[in-house]
Design a protein around this ligand. Sequence first.
Ligand SMILES: [Zn+2]
Length: 472
Amino acid sequence: MTLDIMIENGIIVTANGMFKANLAIDEGKIVGITKNTVFEKCDLHIDAKRKLILPGGIDTHTHFEFDFMGEKIRETWHQGTTSAAFGGTTTVVDFSVQKKGRPLMKTIETDVSRADALSAIDFSVHGCFTDFSNPEKILKEMKQIVDFGVASFKEFMIYKKQGWCIDDWNLYNILLKAAELNAIVGVHAENASIGESYMDKLVEEGKTSAKYHPVSKPNFVEAEAIQRAIILAENTGSKLYIVHMSTKEGLELVCNARKRGLPVYAETCPHYLTLTDETYARTDAINYICSPPLRKNEDIDALWKGLAAGSISIVGSDHVAFTSEQKKEHSKAFTDVPNGIAGVEARLPILYSEGVRKGRISLQRLVQISSTNASKLLGIYPKKGVIAPGSDADIVIFDPDTRKTLSADSFHMGTDYSIYEGLEVRGYPVVVLSKGKVIIEDGQYLGEAGDGSFLQRKLSEEEVATFEELDV
Ligand SMILES: [Zn+2]
């Protein structure tokens, strides 16, 4: 038998440990992990000496080709997912946001077929209902969507002006139905009434610059919505996923819920782990407008501790690649600037450099929060998120010694600026394989549009229940 690929002499890092071994890959799958055997008959030998072998990253939070606040993202699915691959991510879960008056299933089908033609890596979507005019229809559609292989929903607890904000009754009913269907419900947790009224008040007072963005959404605006979502989830039996959590107050609530044994999980993002609200005093502050806003150093410290301890389970990028021109177009008042920042390519390098190198998290924890936990929580384990025989050969060969200065010029995403411009990182992906195919090597992209496929997801109670065994 001739194998496709052997990756030799590297250090394999998994969610539970690390060891030096050779990795055998055939027909897109991992077929063997051996300490001593060297397979001579093999089409391609990759020497990974002094490199780490990580399971390909899973980014739970991207918005490719997003249409939001009067602007459409210009970066294509192919560009965005190529950028993801350069950064060591081999699976993305994007968002299908319902178009009013049309079934969400239609949006999901449209998005999946677009991504199927263009994506560089495997993908899935979360379903987001925004049309609440016929609640019965939503509940019926949920089953159809779960049967299609989309086992997660995400609802907005803010964005009334966009017509996306869900009320508590609809959220309660979606949670009830999700519990019945064994799906998970994510929430963008911000108190809409206070956050949006605060924004209006500031604008009325002539306070229109970006520095008022964090003023309009103090920490409690996020914490209140998290608390409410936890209480609703607890009373429905549903699993709850707090997306892009940014505050120490939110963390405390999630921590308490987890201590009580509730299936409540939190995701944070690299920008909430690295940047503070002082950024909003910069001359290009509009480029940093995202929701929730960037916070303070004490929040950053708390989030890293939460990640290390197990109370935050996942880091997703919340990648939204508006260009600086698109941001500027709507910059008369901070409230009109399209929200979102691009970071799909920087996620893994930042977690390693700022997290592992700085002693804030272990290598095992890096693998858990960047890959394994997402695969278990979102229903793609053990196909993804693990280095084991039978799993897809989605592999990152990571050089812990590469030094790099992050910059818009060196990233591959479809926007002209980076919020991490000038940040020095140590450690970077050097070779990336997707389903046994080398798609990144020596700074070159070797894949093709459409290499990625849609991943049908189904939650496993067992995996979800066992993936976090750390102290919360
Ligand atoms: Zn988002």
